[in-house]
Design a protein around this ligand. Structure first.
Ligand SMILES: Nc1nc2c(ncn2[C@@H]2O[C@H](COP(=O)(O)OP(=O)(O)O)[C@@H](O)[C@H]2O)c(=O)[nH]1
Ligand SMILES: [Mg+2]
Length: 316
């Protein structure tokens, strides 16, 4: 669906990957820079593979994903009779790309009247900011967007979204603090129909009194949306803070138990040296990374594109 909304062309392609590359500066300058050095020699040293494994794990690629990846590269190097480290590195990059592409969205959804996107994630992960960025991205594609402020648990969250809405000139449907999020979603759906909007993005609470409450609430929002629009929500995107690395992965697993996630938005990639978490997400959660957050500004969101991402990790 996302490719379709962007006319089959990724935003990163349009931007030449410059933003991704810049946001990966920290990651590139630490672990992946060291990987570059590892493959910088004339011959493949016996301990290269162990060193590679250690660096990938440090970059938060995850133990299982790392082991599998390194095995694959080693096998191919042997099978293809490769002796030059630079060629081996090219294989590593190919395999990393393949890994990410394996989790690409399966089907491109057909055009529909209103696309409903539910945004979930823990507080502080970047949900609200990301919603503003996403809304702007779609507006730039000529889409009419409405935002629902269904995180009614924190009064500040509603105000924050309203401020963003004014800045990007996007209607925000909100209720009173502590009001029923389901009612907000219902109103937002009605408002989207009235405005003939193409996309409704729903902000949700990151935390309620208990995990059970949160699960029940997300289920309720789900059913309200599906009663109004066929198969809605069409996407449920989990926002994860990229700076929390492996923690983000366990958070994601916990959310997955409560709600069916169709993709991940990884934020704050600009603030971490552990961009390797992207690989673990696909492998361990079985859902694709759809967008990445590259800064605090409203334009700092890009559609995730495996080749651009991998070359951004290693580019000098
Ligand atoms: N550096 C950086 N900061 C981000 C990014 N996305 C969000 N933030 C910051 O993270 C903090 C929490 O964001 P917010 O949207 O309020 O999170 P929420 O509680 O999940 O709604 C804010 O200070 C945002 O500016 C990003 O991609 N990069
Ligand atoms: Mg918020």
């Amino acid at each position: 669906m996302f490719k379709k909304l962007f006319g089959g062309k990724s935003i990163t392609e349009a931007l030449g990957g410059a933003k991704i590359k810049e946001s990966l500066t920290r990651t590139r300058n630490s672990f992946f820079g060291q990987i570059n050095t590892l493959f910088g020699g004339e011959t493949i040293q016996p301990d290269l593979w162990d060193d590679l494994e250690a660096l990938l794990i440090q970059a938060d690629v995850g133990v299982d994903t790392t082991t599998e990846l390194v095995e694959k590269v080693k096998d191919r190097v042997q099978l293809e009779g490769i002796t030059r480290p630079a060629q081996a590195q090219a294989i590593l990059q190919q395999e990393m790309q393949k890994l990410l592409e394996g989790f690409a969205p399966s089907a491109v959804e057909e055009y529909r009247i209103l696309t409903v996107i539910l945004i979930v994630g823990v507080n502080g992960s970047g949900k609200t900011t990301t919603i503003a960025k996403l809304a702007k991205l779609y507006q730039q594609q000529g889409k009419k967007v409405v935002i629902a402020a269904a995180d009614t648990f924190r009064a500040a969250a509603i105000d924050q979204l309203k401020v963003w809405g004014e800045r990007i000139d996007c209607p925000v449907v909100a209720g009173q603090p502590d009001s029923d999020p389901g009612a907000v979603v219902y109103d937002a759906l009605k408002s989207s129909f009235a405005r003939k909007a193409n996309i409704l993005i729903i902000d949700t609470a990151g935390r309620l009194h208990t995990k059970y409450n949160l699960m029940k609430e997300l289920e309720k929002l789900h059913s309200i949306a599906s009663k109004q629009v066929h198969a809605a929500p069409h996407e449920t995107l989990l926002v994860l803070d990229g700076t929390t690395g492996q923690n983000a992965i366990s958070q994601a697993k916990s959310f997955k138990e409560s709600v069916q996630i169709t993709g991940v938005i990884l934020t704050k990639l600009d603030g971490t040296s552990k961009g390797g978490a992207v690989f673990a997400i696909g492998k361990e959660l079985g859902v694709p990374v759809r967008f990445i957050g590259t800064g605090e500004g409203v334009d700092d969101l890009t559609l995730f594109d495996p080749p651009t991402f991998v070359s951004g990790l290693f580019a000098v």
